[in-house]
Design a protein. Structure first.
Length: 250
């Protein structure tokens, strides 16, 4: 069942979203070659405490960190550790925060220093696929209109869409109904209504769409070793265009 939020609940989610967006913006400025992924997680922990918010991720299903850092062929759920970030890497940063009982969830992929033209294009297309999905998230649309828009945007530009992981409803729980696949034909699934809050999160690969999970049982990588990018925003279905609750100026 999709939980429709009241104006007051959305106001709280707006605050959670602002914390998430602001910390992700800080992280995307702070990330540098030579840092470890653990150091990046430390910044997230410090910033979160400064806002008086708590982590959506830490302890979720046993996840050991506050931030997911997924580098190059890693798609999602990368665990911060001793890995040193290098010039030319692309790093997907996924972050969630709880404010007054409500979650915000967002992700972005950043290039570290100079990245290849193909990597640059992957980042642009993944961000564009997210925007294409958000653009059709309006009252009266079907859920799978979002999925179809994301898939069409990415595949028509020569990239593939991860299928085994999806976006999700979000609110008092990080993962609420409905799951939001990033592929599918339009016109299916629940009809969107004002007050629904969704985390849309395309994961796009340069190579094939298939994935595997590393031996740490968390980190998801592309099966063929190709680069992958991940952009995510939490939105609220509004009267017309959706409201992005995790927006930052770029
Ligand atoms: Mg999410």
């Amino acid at each position: 069942m999709i939980i429709v939020k009241s104006e007051g609940e959305i106001a709280t989610m707006r605050r959670a979203g602002m914390v998430v967006a602001s910390i992700l913006k800080t992280l995307s400025k702070e990330i540098k070659a030579g840092m470890t992924t653990h150091e990046l997680n430390d910044i997230a922990v410090t910033e979160l405490a400064r806002y008086g918010a708590t982590s959506s991720f830490k302890g979720y299903g046993g996840f050991p960190a506050t931030l997911c850092v997924s580098i190059n062929d890693e798609i999602v759920h990368g665990i911060p550790g001793n890995r040193v970030i290098r010039e030319g890497d692309i790093a997907s940063l996924d972050f969630g925060a709880i404010v007054d009982g409500f979650h915000g969830d967002a992700a972005l992929t950043v290039g570290v220093g100079n990245i290849s033209p193909q990597a640059k294009q992957l980042l642009e297309v993944t961000k564009g696929a997210l925007e294409a999905g958000i653009a059709v998230a309006r009252p009266g649309a079907h859920l799978s209109d979002i999925s179809a828009a994301v898939q069409h945007y990415a595949e028509s530009r020569g990239f593939s869409v991860v299928r085994e992981y999806t976006g999700h409803g979000i609110g008092r729980k990080m993962h609420e109904d409905p799951p939001i696949p990033n592929f599918g034909s339009p016109g299916h699934g629940p009809v969107l209504r004002k007050g629904m809050t969704l985390a849309i999160e395309p994961m796009i690969n340069i190579g094939g769409w298939k994935t595997k999970v590393k031996n740490n049982h968390w980190t998801v990588v592309t099966a063929d070793g190709s680069l992958s990018a991940h952009f995510e925003k939490t939105i609220a279905i509004a009267d017309g265009e959706a409201e992005v609750l995790t927006a930052w100026d770029e």
